[in-house]
Design a binder for this molecule. Structure first.
Ligand code: PMP
Ligand code: GLN
Length: 384
């Protein structure tokens, strides 16, 4: 029996597909975004201590108090945002569950959700699960970077809009939305009286001296924004699946209503470890962001040397490259043959869009890898 109609477009993920090809061909995996080094040692010790200390049963449904407090303090320290750990912070099974919980809890069937194209694949699947309708506004090329098409964004909002999903720093392009773009998103969100769901999992992985500005810090936004983040990318623990949502109590409660029947809870012994990391390991994260910036430079240069036109990445784990100068116009076909051809895996940006024509060529590469991994990939890319 096939899956239900609304899930048929989502039977496999591009990450699973490309990682499987990478394994099959022993390729350097620059596709799925995971680092090949561990996070801070004291955080790993805290997880081991939690397991040997018997913290292996269900944590409270909203997350352990020390993690909710650490999440709350973290946002006060970094952005002067105030969330009461009692009912304005919810711990989730990664940002993925936070996104699904927010959308399932807040979007009625038939209502529309605006998102920026390209969009992280989980948004589309969550909207489909909710029976909602996806509306997109594209990023458009601006020099070697991307900016939001504000006219398209305004046109995507309408009387049936329930929410807008905003992801900055942006996966897959590495774009950091400008304050002007964020202000326009805020203006439309308020004008249409809808909720903003912000995916800020790359909030600390931002380069060239730029600063992350949460949408929730814009006037009029704290009361209508659900802010989502996660330990995965910040602390190199993509397998731990510890995420969180912060926002007004009634919006958090809506997300929680869905979340508690998806998993109820998860990642018990990892929750105290992430609380520890948020409190004590932000200097490690800062140093990691500086390292990531130089890895971005290494991989961007390798791609340019191999003949790609490389876009500017301002944050995240990713850089996008245009293979058309190499005579390649179909990024998806290229990614499918790349592991066998030269032993490198990447991800086609067309997997994250509704309008493939504009994005057909583009390919995403992950640079959150050891320098020797990037050097090996660089050597292989030269074979193109
Ligand atoms: N949103 C974006 C933009 C991502 O890149 C990822 C992957 N880290 C997620 C959400 C999912 O995060 P998690 O692994 O915490 O579920
Ligand atoms: N967030 C990771 C990426 O963009 C992948 C997560 C996943 O495999 N679903 O590469």
């Amino acid at each position: 029996m096939p899956p239900v109609t609304r899930l048929r477009p989502f039977t496999s993920t591009i990450f699973a597909e490309m990682s499987a090809l990478a394994v099959e061909h022993d390729a350097v995996n620059l596709g799925q975004g995971f680092p090949d080094t561990d996070g801070p040692e004291t955080m790993l010790d805290a997880a081991r201590d939690a397991i040997s200390g018997g913290r292996n049963q269900y944590p409270p449904g909203i997350g352990i108090p020390e993690l909710r407090e650490a999440v709350s303090e973290h946002q006060r320290d970094h952005y002067s945002l105030d969330y009461d750990p009692a009912d304005q912070v919810l711990i989730t099974v990664g940002a993925t569950e936070a996104i699904a919980g927010a959308i399932l809890g807040l979007v009625e069937p038939g209502r529309e959700v605006v998102m920026i194209e390209p969009y992280y694949d989980a948004y589309a699947a969550a909207v489909a699960l909710a029976g909602g309708v996806r509306r997109t506004a594209p990023l458009v090329a601006d020099g070697d970077g991307f900016v939001l098409d504000r006219d398209a964004l305004a046109a995507a909002f309408g009387p049936n809009t329930a929410a807008v999903v905003v992801n900055s720093p942006h996966n897959p392009t590495g774009t950091v939305l400008s304050d002007d773009d964020l202000a326009e998103i805020a203006r439309l969100t308020i004008e249409h009286d809808v909720v903003a769901i912000t995916d800020e999992v790359y909030e600390h992985l931002i380069f060239d001296g730029r600063e992350h500005r949460p949408l929730a810090t814009f006037p009029g936004m704290p009361g209508r924004t659900l802010r989502i983040s996660s330990a995965a990318k910040t602390f190199h623990v993509t397998g731990w699946k510890v995420g969180w949502i912060s926002g007004p109590a009634e919006l958090v409660a809506a997300a929680r209503a869905a979340k508690q029947y998806l998993t109820y809870v998860g990642s018990g012994p990892f929750q105290p470890a992430v609380a520890h990391a948020l409190r004590h390991e932000m200097p490690w994260v800062q140093a990691d962001a500086a390292k990531l910036q130089s890895k971005r430079d290494l991989l961007s240069k390798a791609l340019a040397d191999a003949g790609f036109r490389v876009h500017r990445s301002e944050g995240t784990y990713f850089v996008c490259a245009d293979p058309r100068p190499l005579g390649i116009a179909d990024g998806a076909a290229f990614c499918r043959e790349l592991p066998a051809r030269i032993g490198v895996a990447a991800v086609p940006v067309s997997a994250f869009v509704d309008h493939p024509d504009e994005w057909r060529h583009l390919v995403r590469f992950a640079f959150a890898k050891r320098d020797d991994t990037i050097a090996e990939a660089a050597q292989r890319l030269r074979l193109l």
